[in-house]
Design a protein around this ligand. Structure first.
Ligand code: DGL
Length: 264
């Protein structure tokens, strides 16, 4: 039987479209229901309590909308609210976060010894990447740094110019990343400035594309449709702004229809 229920994907706003894009590329027969909580962004500057409250409510919305799996396409929500999200999703709902699959994909056997992480304040302050690394790869060191200005700059449309490079240069100035062999882009916006990050790191550092790893993990968890059919995507936001409308295709890779949805 063809399973037509959509995959629920959520983020604080626009950044999770980079994850939705990777999922759409890998699983083109799956319908997506994307929710961007634009009324409450940025999550990266919010308290864990607030991130948990918003994330649980959105999860409930995605479950009520008939989704068959939930992808938490936001590092700040994955790092601070995963337990509340799993609880809100209910017992039989697969939930995929941004942290565990990425840490699981890193291995000391591949020569990895020291990994860098950049992300929002909320992501770095949670310490979840480090905890997960200790559990799954205790012999690999994690060096992390909050780069809060970067997501705002990208959100403002500064990603095809010198601004992200200048922002990153300021954050990397203390040389904390000089001995790393891999770098995790721990924020949904950062794939848009991947080249700027790569250019400032020592030669040969592997900049990890979390979006592809999350899409692979989803594929592993789902039994993919046996027969192709035309999928139907929906993109919802809690506050539809002109900036979101103009920037969405840079993040998703093609034009999308947006709908504003507010919870009562
Ligand atoms: N999507 C968020 C994340 O990946 C970044 C934007 C925000 O702070 O809301 O952490």
């Amino acid at each position: 039987m063809i399973e037509r229920r959509p995959i629920g994907i959520f983020d604080s706003g626009i950044g999770g479209l980079t994850v939705a894009r990777a999922i759409n590329d890998l699983l083109p027969n799956e319908s997506l229901l994307y929710f961007g909580d634009t009324a409450h962004l940025p999550y990266g500057e919010k308290s864990p309590e607030l991130i948990r409250r918003y994330s649980s409510r959105i999860t409930q919305h995605l479950v009520e909308s008939g989704c068959k799996a939930i992808v938490v396409a936001c590092n700040s929500a994955s790092s601070n609210a995963i337990e509340s999200i799993v609880k809100a999703a209910g017992p039989n709902m697969p939930v995929i976060d941004m942290v565990t699959p990425v840490i699981r994909s890193i291995s000391a056997e591949d020569g990895c010894q020291s990994v860098g992480l950049i992300g929002t304040r909320a992501t770095i302050a949670s310490g979840l990447y480090g905890e997960t690394m200790n559990q799954l790869n205790s012999n690999i060191t994690l060096v992390s740094r909050a780069t809060p200005l970067l997501a705002s700059a990208i959100e403002e449309g500064f990603f095809n110019d010198s601004i992200p490079g200048a922002v990153l240069e300021a954050y990397f100035a203390d040389d904390s990343f000089k001995n790393i062999d891999s770098m995790i882009l721990g924020c949904t916006h950062y794939p848009l400035v991947r080249e700027n990050v790569q250019a400032l790191l020592p030669k040969g550092v592997n900049v990890i594309d979390s979006t592809k790893i999350i899409a692979q993990e989803l594929k592993r968890v789902l039994t993919e449709n046996a027969y192709p059919y035309t999928p139907e995507h929906k993109f919802q936001v809690s506050d539809l702004t002109e900036n979101f409308r103009c920037s969405a295709h840079y993040f998703f890779g093609s034009d999308i229809n947006l709908e504003e949805v507010s919870f009562s």
